[in-house]
Design a protein around this ligand. Sequence first.
Ligand SMILES: [Zn+2]
Length: 93
Amino acid sequence: MTVPVGRDEAPGGGAAALAATHAWFEVNSGWAPPDPETLADWAAEGACRAPDECWVARHGTCRHGLASWQVVLDALAVLDAGDAPGGRRRPFP
Ligand SMILES: [Zn+2]
């Protein structure tokens, strides 16, 4: 992993894509998040998959409006950090 994670690409707006993606999760079954190694492989190519299997930019949005797995998992990590005592520290108490 050589590419630092950043707020590089957010075409279409991250929040709207995330909302569309979570709506997609509710009406589709059989999806599973990629394991970290798979995600790293995709990142090495500067790309990612969306939950519907589309190839997208790493922090991109597919043509169906779904956020990439990287965006989805980043958002979940932020939520986890807020809830889990052992998670990432919040910047303030
Ligand atoms: Zn798609």
